[in-house]
Design a protein around this ligand. Structure first.
Ligand SMILES: Cc1ncc(COP(=O)(O)O)c(C=O)c1O
Length: 374
């Protein structure tokens, strides 16, 4: 179906084309090219961490990070259920148990008090999510993790460029993951990164990323054989993706400013509609609105009404513990706030190239729905 207003549109420009073309026409180093290190360097500079390893997805990054930290069978990892399923799957990949904790209803991120109740002697890590680019209670979660001597691994897939005070989201934990999938703040099509200040972690991540191969020499252009010192995967980002990432990163602040302007315009338009509850941005924080979500009455009917008029929306997220894969797995416990929020949340279209006309159409159609149905 062609939507009059899609949920998102990828933002790209001539510089992206040139960056990818330069790698293609070079005809070499489409894998493990110099742009990989260049993208990592640019990401480190942007987020203010000393180490960065890029991956072919955020999911691979989470998987590798849990392996690198030695998390495995018998361990528990606390995650939200109000997230994309990859957050919960990552502990499963390494044989650990994802333990779902509830969210609080301001940021829609993990509730530190509920997390505290679910910590056991087997808990090795907390993986909080910054929902749709809204910072969660990351400082309180870091304190909690430190008090219990456990790892805090931020799933900042949706929150690239978000801040709390002067700190970038993704840098409050021991390590942070970003996703560069096509609907994220900046994109390489598919891609991800782990950032931290821990050189040993990144040495392990590099081994895990590429077959456990000791990477002293460039593999594809070297005649000498390499040695393999660990069980590794192929989680490598293609060089074209890294080149695209460098070009996208140069636009990140512009993209974020644009997203914030659009969010402010929605806020103004919806202020008078009592059936809609907005997600406020706390003072001193910068949300990046990877998703623009509202809580609303009569959600399913509103979604159908918008779809009939060519406006795409989506429910982010149906709770992970209610998916067929996790239902009845024994990992699901009462998560009343997760279930309540998931029952009335709706993500509306928001993307940097959205026109005033497109946004007005969405806002007017939402207003019209409540005028005619309530
Ligand atoms: C919260 C969250 N975690 C993890 C992921 C997985 O990232 P990727 O799609 O890059 O594997 C996503 C993105 O889809 C996400 O939104």
């Amino acid at each position: 179906m062609t939507w009059r207003v899609p949920l998102f549109r990828i933002y790209w420009d001539q510089k992206d084309l040139e960056a990818v073309s330069a790698v293609l026409t070079r005809g070499t180093y489409w894998a493990e090219g110099p742009e990989i290190a260049g993208f990592e360097e640019a990401l480190r500079a942007y987020c203010g961490r000393t180490r960065c390893t890029v991956f072919n997805s955020g999911t691979s990054g989470l998987h590798a990070a849990l392996l690198a930290y030695g998390i495995g069978p018998g361990d528990e990892v606390i995650v939200p259920s109000f997230t994309f399923i990859a957050t919960a799957n990552a502990p499963r990949f390494v044989g650990a148990v994802p333990v779902f904790a509830d969210i609080e209803t301001l940021s829609l991120g993990l509730d530190p008090a509920d997390v505290a109740e679910r910590i056991t002697p087997s808990t090795k890590a907390i993986v909080p999510v910054h929902y749709g680019g809204m910072p969660c209670r990351i400082r309180a979660l870091r304190e909690l993790a430190d008090d219990h001597g456990i790892l805090l691994l931020e799933d900042a897939a949706e929150a690239f460029g978000a801040t709390v005070g002067s700190g970038m989201i993704g840098t409050f934990g021991h390590a942070g993951m970003y996703s560069f999938c096509q609907n994220k703040i900046i994109t390489t099509g598919e891609g991800g990164a782990i950032v931290s200040d821990d050189p040993d972690l990144h040495r392990r991540l590099e081994l895990l990323r590429s077959h456990g191969r000791e990477s002293g020499l460039p593999y594809f252009s070297s005649t000498s054989g390499a040695d393999y010192t660990a069980l590794g995967y192929n989680f490598r980002l293609p060089t074209m993706g890294a080149a695209l990432g460098i070009a996208q990163l140069a636009k990140a602040e512009w993209i974020i400013t644009r997203r914030r302007e659009l969010a402010a315009a929605y806020e103004k338009a919806f202020r008078g509609i009592r059936e809609i509850a907005l997600l406020p941005e706390p003072a001193g924080e910068r949300a990046v609105y990877q998703l623009y979500s509202v809580r609303c009455s009569n959600r399913d009917a509103l979604q159908s009404y918008l779809a009939e008029r060519g406006i795409m929306t989506k429910v982010y997220f149906p709770p992970v513990h209610q998916t067929a894969f996790y239902r009845g797995s024994g990992e699901a416990r009462a998560l009343p706030r997760t279930e309540e929020v998931a029952s009335d949340i709706l993500t509306l279209p928001l993307f940097p190239s959205m026109t005033a006309g497109e946004q007005e159409l969405v806002a007017d159609t939402v207003a019209e729905f409540y005028q005619t149905t309530e």
